[in-house]
Design a protein around this ligand. Structure first.
Ligand SMILES: [Zn+2]
Length: 234
């Protein structure tokens, strides 16, 4: 068996309600990393996710590559979205307990973004508790020292939107690979992960209820999704 936190990026979308209903049915509590521009378009879906117990993290306003932005632009992307997330919690009538941030595309360049990391720390952002993450790659990259939330396993299922040669079976086969690019295997006995799926209606148009298919599949193969726990960097 292995364990993982489930994170879902880029929503809210037209399928967020279906996703959260499915996850609730399976007893999985996710962290959704929403973009500000999608919150503006689908406020009600965001409120619904919170009411159903999801935790909402910040995935920037317009999903730019932060490596190409100035520090001021990075902060502005975060703050615009923070306001929208606060509004979602207010509308849902829930207290927001945690502030989390994930870089679009995972483009984080830790060494060059010390000031941005300091900013996150000062703003009391926390991260998913990654003290027991088993990924060698995660350790090597020094991800434990960042306030932002990365991942150790990405299904990369969104690629199916543009790559017509890629199939559902290819993505399933990838789950069983011992080394997938830079991440360690999701199914390794005793391993612990931060798992990434995307909240994309475009993927759903290619594989209906893809989130259910992938998550049911990995749970059947021994992955247990655990309640999110958090950690502050001092
Ligand atoms: Zn994203």
């Amino acid at each position: 068996m292995s364990v993982g936190y489930l994170t879902m990026d880029d929503g809210p979308s037209d399928i967020t309600r279906d996703i959260i209903d499915y996850l609730t049915g399976r007893g999985i509590k996710p962290v959704f990393f929403f973009t500000g521009q999608n919150i503006e378009k689908r406020m009600e879906e965001g409120v619904y996710a919170i009411k159903k117990g999801a935790i909402i993290g910040n995935h920037s306003y317009s999903h730019p590559n932060f490596e190409q932005l100035t520090l001021e632009q990075c902060i502005s992307e975060v703050e615009k979205t923070e306001e929208l997330i606060n509004e979602l919690y207010k509308k849902a009538g829930e207290v927001r307990k945690f502030k989390l941030f994930r870089f679009p595309y995972g483009a984080r360049k830790l060494n060059e973004s010390k000031e941005f990391q300091e900013y996150l720390k000062n703003q009391r952002f926390c991260k998913l508790d990654d003290m027991h993450i088993t990924s060698e790659w995660y350790d090597r990259e020094g991800l434990i020292e960042g306030v932002d939330v990365l991942w150790t396993y990405d299904f990369t299922e969104y690629r199916i939107q543009n790559d017509t040669s890629l199939t559902y079976d290819d993505l399933v086969a990838r789950i069983h690979e011992k080394k997938q690019g830079s991440s360690d295997s999701l199914l390794n006995e005793g391993s612990r992960h931060i798992v990434l799926l995307h909240d994309h209606e475009e993927t759903n148009a290619v594989i209906s209820r893809y989130y259910q298919k992938f998550l049911d599949y990995v749970m059947l193969h021994g992955v247990d999704f655990i309640e999110p726990e958090f950690r502050y960097l001092s």
